[in-house]
Design a protein around this ligand. Structure first.
Ligand code: GLA
Length: 379
């Protein structure tokens, strides 16, 4: 009897333990569905989830992050990036919502640059300048996708081979962009590229964040910190003048956390040129550290907080000045003026034409390798 009692107690303990481990089943995962068809090719949509209700959707067209859901301080989920529901909408008009940007992020003056004594001509798709890789940049091509499952993370590896001469750039550029969602609530982007001819490269990600939920209201009450003592002033076409100017005493000083709307309408020439913030900040990098804490973003009503760390020397902060309500987003609401903001880690705009800016030249045998980490929390 005694023996029987002991055995059944043991069985009960084992069963209890098993049920506990079963209920804590991991929600971390990555799944694939067909999103649309384009020119006889399938465009897929991948869903990445973690154990804390974060959910990230990526399509193979443009490597676009179409949605990014995360909880607020009450645990309520919102989609915190701007985007569309259908591929047709992305094709019709997309101001780079959630896109992968390449081969060259931001502007190159007059669509021209000289490398090793040869002049290259690019499309002038933004006034007189070339913007975000040209007419058909990396945001408009179909990427080859490979899902990867780690122990505490899931990744989507996107690969694209940009041909020698594509959009006017020299060299076959073999590019890989890896999106990783972790159980620590980080969204990491790793860029990797090699070339067979000297070329210029500047890859970035163009999420439009709105921590109050996409389509809800403008981003002027979001509080921003930029770890930068200097920025690169621009001319009226948003091309850097080449000067590295101090932020001290200007509305460009975000070294102390400040609401975006606090000084955006100040009578300051740089803000007038861009219709708000649309500039590159020179990050306070340290020669001994590979990564720099670049920015933090906080939205007081939801409590959502993001910290961006990067291996890049610069960050473009764009306050959504070109949004005017004419584009209708995924929940049927028009994206009004300044209802999303971008924080694009990068090398400086127009670097191919600026000798004093960090080099963006990639040569055969070299590897382009950069990383940006977005860490989320609630405050
Ligand atoms: C970047 C540019 C902006 C604008 C947006 C897209 O952030 O710097 O000027 O072109 O992309 O509209």
């Amino acid at each position: 009897m005694n023996f029987l009692k002991k055995t059944s107690l043991l069985i009960l303990i084992i069963l209890f333990y098993m049920s506990c481990t079963n209920t804590s089943e991991s929600k971390m995962g990555i799944s694939k569905e067909k999103f649309a068809e384009l020119d006889g090719k399938t465009v897929d949509i991948y869903t990445l989830t973690n154990n804390n209700n974060f959910e990230l959707k990526v399509i193979t067209y443009g490597g676009i992050v179409t949605s990014f859901k995360m909880p607020d301080r009450e645990g309520k989920l919102n989609d915190v990036v701007l985007g569309y529901n259908s591929l047709d909408d992305y094709i019709k008009e997309n101001p780079y919502f959630g896109s992968t940007i390449g081969r060259y992020g931001n502007r190159i003056a007059n669509g021209k640059f000289t490398l090793d004594g040869r002049e290259y001509t690019l499309a002038q798709n933004n006034g007189p300048n070339s913007l975000h890789g040209g007419v058909k940049g990396f945001d408009k091509v179909i990427w080859e996708a490979t899902p990867v499952t780690g122990k505490d993370s899931v990744s989507l590896k996107l690969h694209y081979l940009a041909k020698d001469g594509e959009e006017g750039f020299p060299g076959n550029l073999d590019a890989t962009v890896t999106y990783t969602l972790t159980d620590k609530n980080t969204f990491r982007i790793d860029y990797h590229a090699t070339t067979d001819k000297a070329t210029v490269v500047n890859l970035t990600h163009h999420a439009y964040w709105n921590f109050a939920g996409e389509g809800n209201r403008n981003i002027l009450d979001h509080e921003l910190m930029l770890n930068a003592d200097a920025y690169t002033p621009v001319d009226s076409t948003l091309i850097p003048t080449g000067e590295i100017a101090t932020v001290e005493g200007t509305p460009m000083d975000f070294r102390t956390t400040t609401a975006i709307g606090a000084r955006i309408n100040d009578n300051f020439q740089q803000l007038k040129f861009a219709g708000g913030y649309d500039h590159n900040w020179v990050l306070n990098t340290s020669p001994d550290e590979k990564f720099t804490k670049a920015a933090t973003l906080y939205e007081p009503t939801s409590g959502r907080f993001m910290e961006i760390t990067t291996s890049e020397p610069g960050i473009q902060f764009y306050s959504g000045n070109f949004l005017d309500g004419s584009l209708v987003g995924k929940s049927g609401k028009p994206y009004e003026f300044r209802t999303g903001l971008c924080l694009e880690t990068q090398h400086f705009p127009d670097s191919p034409n600026k000798e004093n800016f960090p080099s963006v030249v990639l040569r055969p045998g070299e590897t382009y390798k950069t990383t940006t980490i977005h860490a989320f929390s609630i405050k």
